[in-house]
Ligand binder design. Structure first.
Ligand code: BDP
Length: 684
């Protein structure tokens, strides 16, 4: 199994009684009307049934009176669950001898079809089936950080899947499979290019290519978005300025937007990284983010598109990078036009293995906020370490901002229910590329899958998502499924333990963001070093962000401040995010900080051995090539977990001056030995 088919394998059902039930229930597919997405839904259902049932199932224009079958219908008043007014909801029910899949739109039917196929793929009964669902979040996007030259920023699964040199004439079949995979998990938008954007995408030549891609996505209910380079009016428009208040600039964007919509009538809109990490933006002209975003919203005019303006900014204005996005954006709450959403990363720094939720969640009630998470594992072991990310996404979604009392979760900020927003969105930075199995690490597919499932319904438990993915992708053998699900569900905590336990953050290898480099003290900016964040000294470890330190804690609601501000009530997972803790300070575990730190590094690294053993035990139930691939990656992961462990305990030991506590054996190598390893990886 080369992994190309992802979770849409549609292999024939092995259980004979289930197979008989499905065959009896699905003797035809009926769908009337020419809606393009409905047509996709019918074709996908036929394809799925053909594989799962091992026999072709005909499509009819109307139900056959003598047979049992599946009816697909668009019904704008379909009874989808939830109060959501979404057009994407679906209802599956038994009507007479038939099963009916209704959607409020073609896309709703398509999502219903994938839900029905999922029932079959996971071996559920379809007798008296009754399912209703609608997404909690309206805009569910993948963000590709793909460049025109085919490279992918922070991509670890080969090159970009978009072949710009071939477009628009040749449409790689992979585009369609990509669209199918996304639609199967409810993703309805893709921003196709890097947020560090090239202006080239807005040229007529490229728009022709983008139009061709949009044509592939459309029958799957997916809209295309573009990341824009702020200075495009200068670079490709020949203007002298990109000032958002300049009438010529405004006119340029208006004309460009109209041009895009002439080519792509369902174009989704713009994603913008401005005045961040050297990218140009409205501040270059003394304007602010709202001036910039609103200008683009005005250019969109009556077109049905949105602006997603990123809040990932950290101009060195204050003593703590943690606070900088908040300082720039919070004062702009209420100043954005109705077509603008502000896109905020899950945490305040940058996709670390564990971050507290971003303080902007709950702090901008007048602005719809898009949650941005990273599916590609930039700081989480790239395509080498097995880290299932659903628990991390959920940790953020479930976090309680307490800004409107208990229950003001990030999820409710994002889905718009807390502040009654009409628009809501979530974005995941894609982890896919041209590798045959799409994600490099075979288990990375689960992170793409889980992102889509949580974007649709963030209340789904991570283990439930892991289970359905495993059943569809790896094996249906119950014991193996349970083992794999347990391994997946614990993997992120394991990764945190051997890399950044207790709230350590940003101590990874410079630029590459791989491997440990806690000693990094010199970089392009102080907040790109490691010492800036861990603040190890002879007294202790951690960043004091309380009132006696940077006071970043003050950006959170009173309830959160109260819990996190006190080192004895602060969750241990966030401890060093907010407190400088003495090496000998006893923690609630009964160990001192130093002993707890060492314990976590050692047990974390040992847990990788546990993961290896668990994985070895499922060998008979999993495809041999795939099993061997994951086993080999786990072996590297074990080696690198020891690298992280030794680097960090030996380095922090130079400050703590404490021995490695029993029962752990001190590393057999020196700090100098370990320091040379990072150079190998960075090819210095
Ligand atoms: C960081 C990445 C960098 C991205 C940046 C961003 O290291 O490559 O350009 O985020 O999100 O995580 O803009």
């Amino acid at each position: 199994d080369d992994g190309y088919r992802l979770w849409l394998k549609y292999d024939r059902v092995a259980d004979a009684s289930r197979l008989a039930q499905y065959r009896a229930a699905a003797q035809f597919v009926a769908a009337s009307g020419g809606d393009a997405v409905l047509t996709t839904a019918a074709a996908e259902l036929q394809r799925g049934l053909q594989g799962l049932l091992g026999q072709a199932v005909p499509r009819l224009a109307a139900p056959a009176s003598t047979k049992r079958g599946i009816l697909l219908a668009i019904d704008p008043s379909a009874n989808v669950s939830g109060s959501s007014a979404s057009r994407d909801g679906y209802q599956i029910s038994a009507q007479g001898k038939n099963l009916v899949v209704k959607g409020r739109s073609g896309a709703g039917v398509l999502y219903g079809v994938f839900a029905l196929l999922r029932q079959l793929q996971t071996g559920q009964s379809v007798a008296n089936l009754s399912l209703t669902s609608s997404p909690r979040i309206q805009y569910r996007l993948l963000n590709h950080w793909d460049n025109p030259n085919g490279t992918v920023e922070r991509g670890y699964a080969g090159s970009s899947i978009w072949k710009w040199n071939e477009l628009p004439q040749r449409l790689d079949p992979r585009y369609t499979d990509y669209a199918r995979a996304n639609a199967s998990i409810g993703i309805n938008g893709v921003a196709i290019n890097n947020v560090n954007a090239s202006a080239r995408y807005l040229t007529a030549e490229y728009l022709d290519k983008v139009k061709a891609l949009a044509g592939v996505m459309r029958p799957y209910g997916i809209r295309v978005y573009l990341s824009v380079f702020w200075a495009a009016p200068k670079v490709i428009g020949g203007l002298k300025t990109a000032d958002p208040l300049d009438p010529q600039v405004q006119q340029w964007w208006k004309a460009k937007t109209d041009e895009i919509y002439r080519a792509i009538p369902d174009f989704g809109g713009f994603l913008v990284k401005a005045n961040s990490e050297g990218e140009p933006g409205p501040q270059d002209y003394g304007r602010n983010h709202a001036d910039g975003a609103n200008m683009l919203a005005t250019a969109l005019g009556t077109h049905d598109g949105i602006v997603m303006w990123r809040a990932f900014v950290y101009k060195a204005g204050s003593d703590d990078r943690f606070k900088q996005a908040y300082e720039e954006f919070k004062p702009l709450d209420g100043k954005f036009s109705p077509k603008v959403l502000v896109q905020v990363k899950n945490g305040p720094i940058d996709f670390q293995a564990r971050e507290p939720f971003h303080p902007l969640f709950g702090a901008m009630p007048q602005t719809p906020l898009v949650l941005e998470v990273q599916i590609t594992q930039e700081y989480l072991g790239m395509a080498t370490h097995l880290v299932y990310l659903a628990p991390m996404f959920k940790e953020c979604l479930d976090a309680d901002t307490q800004t409107k009392g208990p229950g003001s979760t990030v999820a409710r900020v994002v889905d718009g229910s807390l502040d009654q927003h009409r628009l809501s969105g979530i974005a995941g930075v894609a982890n896919i590329g041209t590798d045959r199995n799409w994600t490099g690490h075979p288990m990375g597919q689960a992170n793409w899958y889980a992102f889509g499932r949580l974007a649709w319904d963030y209340t789904l438990p991570s283990a439930a998502i892991a289970k359905e993915w495993t059943q569809m992708t790896l094996t249906r053998e119950p014991k193996a499924v349970a083992t794999i699900v347990e391994l997946m569900d614990r993997s992120r905590d394991v990764y945190v333990r051997y890399t950044t336990p207790l709230g350590l953050h940003h101590i990874m290898g410079q630029n590459i963001h791989y491997g440990p480099e806690p000693w990094l003290a010199q970089a392009g900016r102080p907040d790109w070093t490691a010492v800036y964040y861990h603040k190890a000294d002879s007294l202790g470890l951690g960043f004091n962000r309380t009132a006696t330190g940077s006071n970043a804690l003050a950006l959170y609601s009173a309830g959160v401040q109260q819990q996190w501000g006190n080192p004895t009530t602060c969750p241990l997972n966030y401890l060093l995010w907010f407190h400088h803790v003495g090496w000998k300070q006893p923690l609630r575990t009964g160990r001192t900080l130093w002993n707890e730190l060492v314990t976590r590094y050692y047990t974390g690294a040992d847990s990788v051995t546990w993961m290896q053993q668990r994985w070895a035990s499922v060998q008979p139930a999993v495809d041999p090539a795939l099993h061997a691939d994951v086993a080999a990656r786990l072996a590297i992961q074990r080696r690198e977990a020891l690298w992280w462990r030794d680097a960090c305990v030996l380095y922090f030991q130079t400050f703590s001056k404490q021995p490695i506590p029993a029962p752990f054996a001190p590393p057999t190598r020196t700090l100098a030995d370990v320091k040379t390893l990072v150079n190998l990886y960075q090819l210095k």
